[in-house]
Design a protein around this ligand. Structure first.
Ligand code: ISE
Length: 336
């Protein structure tokens, strides 16, 4: 274990949009960390990001994980690569911040839950950054304090201005809806037990056979109902909102972004975030600082592998519901 107060030397695996942003944030805005190694399948991209912050590049991510000048790993590679990379970090017993999804299916995520448990301490934090957002944290505190009375329903809205054409209906679930899964579990402190997916008429902006928008219902073990509008090609802006309806009141977050909004032509008199980095910039910074600080204590400070496992298990049920048109149950294995 590293001694507190020494610098965490980080390898960033994958420097696409998120990985390069995290690399710059770690280098310029986080105390106690230094990016020493970057990797990317696109070697030019890796070289460019590495040169910017004075790091070196390594071709194979598994070599980066095992490098002598690395004592923590930030995984921002494509989802299918996560399982092997997280397991390699656990074998070396070094702290990890893994972007969502933890892995792309529930079985492999559960294997990570078991592997980490056998080490006797939490080493993997999962990148559900909204838990570090001031508004989401305040709403959770309000619910937990009983200020709204018992929760009854949660309404969520998740809109992206645009995504690549390759972003199909399943990716809308595993890449975008997954945040609403985590928000639901975080705000309500309850597990999701079933998922239903409704497919309204698709927007003209959606490629053939892609259901965009979708409307999703989560049921939870205590009987709360959660509805989510997920629409990733609005052509307007990045909009994320939630409203909790409790027995004694309601609370909405994300609404202050919508002052004087004219949704017809996308113009706005208020402040609309252009993308998720603009909207959650401070949350990402807090997430990284918390991870670096906790790594120094041999721990994590945020969502862990159980949260990552539960989230992908719900998304897998969501994909079943999408394909069959039927309500799909979520079955979680025992928590070790
Ligand atoms: C993206 O991958 C993210 O993680 C964003 O937070 C999410 O809002 C967006 O829909 C995803 O595409």
């Amino acid at each position: 274990m590293r001694q507190p107060q020494t610098e965490l030397r980080v390898a960033v695996l994958g420097v696409g949009m998120m990985g390069s942003y995290h690399t710059r944030t770690l280098s310029r805005r986080i105390h106690g960390a230094r990016v020493t190694v970057v990797t990317d399948a696109d070697t030019d991209r890796a070289a460019h990001v590495a040169a910017e912050i004075g790091a070196r590049t390594v071709a194979d991510p598994l070599d980066a994980i095992n490098a002598d000048d690395v004592d923590g790993v930030l995984i921002a590679s494509p989802g299918p690569a996560h399982e092997k990379q997280v397991q390699a970090c656990l074998e070396r017993r070094i702290p990890v911040l893994c972007e969502k999804p933890l892995t792309v299916d529930a079985d492999s995520a559960y294997n990570i839950v078991v592997a980490e448990h056998s080490l006797g301490r939490q080493m993997v934090q999962v990148g559900f950054m909204r838990r570090f957002d001031g508004e989401y944290a305040a709403l959770r505190a309000l619910i937990a304090s009983g200020g709204l009375g018992a929760p009854l329903m949660l309404h969520c809205l998740h809109r992206n201005p645009t995504v690549p054409d390759s972003f199909d209906s399943a990716m809308m679930i595993t890449d975008s809806l997954i945040h609403e899964v985590d928000v639901t579990r975080f705000l309500l402190a309850d597990e999701i037990t079933a998922v239903s997916v409704y497919k309204p008429t698709s927007a003209a902006s959606a490629p053939a056979r892609v259901h965009d928008p979708m409307f999703v219902i989560f049921e939870t073990s205590r009987g709360y109902l959660v509805d989510v509008e997920i629409f990733v090609r609005t052509g307007v802006a990045y909009e994320v909102r939630a409203e909790l309806v409790g027995e004694h009141g309601t609370a909405t977050i994300g609404r202050d972004q919508h002052l004087l909004r004219t949704s017809v032509d996308g113009r706005s008199g208020g402040t609309l975030a252009s993308d998720f980095i603009a909207r959650f910039d401070i949350a990402y910074q807090r997430e990284l600082q918390a991870w670096v600080d906790a790594a120094g204590q041999g721990s994590i400070a945020g969502p862990g592998v159980w949260d990552g496992y539960a989230a992908i298990a719900v998304c897998s049920a969501g994909i079943r519901a999408l394909r069959t048109g039927e309500r799909a149950d979520v079955v979680l294995k025992d928590r070790p």
